[in-house]
Design a protein around this ligand. Structure first.
Ligand code: PEP
Length: 258
């Protein structure tokens, strides 16, 4: 299975800054077998970065941070995943910032997962418990609820097109005070997610669904997170905005795989 390194730039960088940043990455990143690199810039930067990547014949993929689940229509201000076809290969769905700041529910996420699959864009479904939920011993229930809340209509074929990202909400953005998750805690949650997948979709899906970890990943902890059993890559926020850190993490992923 591939190792996925995905950088989520969130609402940072102008189009010009995004392009300069990508230029730096293009100079420093060499393609490596088995490593899939994707960046999720702001929606407005997807198109120009797509052109830049094409000109450079780069294998770096683009990921959208958001989209609306309908394909076309009278939805002023929205961008559909249909409009992103050919631009983005991946779509982040269910990020905690979308759930908690923008009020996205499992029902919304279910529609988004279906729309991404319908449009041949790989959904990266984020799930994860808050600190309170963890303290109250509800982690397993939350993971199950978020997983099947978004996947309830996904059949045994389409589940093979889905990537899961385990992102404990309490571990996101350590620069803003979040805690670092311990590898053992992550391992336990990943095991849980795989066992839920097994119950619904069977052993093969449970073993072959890529599961990424996200939560304050940086070059100092990425090696440890990448070697957690069952982790197939990283979803990186803050550190992906620092090109040296992002490149270091990619280099670590190459070393862990070799
Ligand atoms: C994220 O927002 O998906 C994320 C993991 O952010 P950070 O790496 O900054 O914690």
């Amino acid at each position: 299975m591939k190792t996925y390194i995905v950088g989520n730039w969130k609402m940072n960088l102008t189009v010009g800054e995004s392009s300069i940043y990508l230029q730096k990455l293009l100079k420093r990143i060499r393609p490596a077998k088995g490593i899939e690199i994707a960046i999720a810039p702001s929606l407005v930067a997807l198109q120009p970065l797509g052109v830049q990547l094409e000109r450079a014949k780069s294998k770096i993929k683009l990921c959208t941070q958001n989209f609306y689940h309908r394909d076309f229509g009278a939805y002023t201000g929205e961008v559909s995943v249909t409009q992103l076809r050919g631009l983005a290969d991946y779509a982040i769905i269910g990020h905690s910032e979308r759930r908690y700041i923008f009020g996205e529910t499992n029902k919304d996420l279910k529609q988004k997962v279906a729309a991404a699959i319908r449009n041949n864009i790989t959904p990266i479904l984020c799930i994860g418990e808050t600190e309170n939920e963890r303290n109250f011993g509800e982690t397993a229930d939350i993971l199950r609820d978020e997983l099947f809340g978004a996947l309830s209509e996904i059949d045994a074929e389409d589940i093979k097109k889905v990537i899961i990202a385990y992102e404990p909400v309490w571990a996101i953005s350590s620069t803003k005070g979040a805690k670092l998750a311990a590898p053992d805690d992550i391992a336990e949650s990943i095991k849980l997610i795989r066992s839920e997948l097994k119950e619904i979709y069977g052993k093969e899906v449970s073993e072959e669904t890529p599961i990424l970890y996200g939560g304050s990943v940086n070059p100092n902890n990425a090696g440890a997170y990448l070697t957690i059993p069952g982790v197939n890559g990283l979803l990186i926020g803050g550190s992906s905005l620092i090109s040296d850190h992002f490149v270091d993490i990619i280099d670590l992923a190459k070393r862990v795989r070799s």
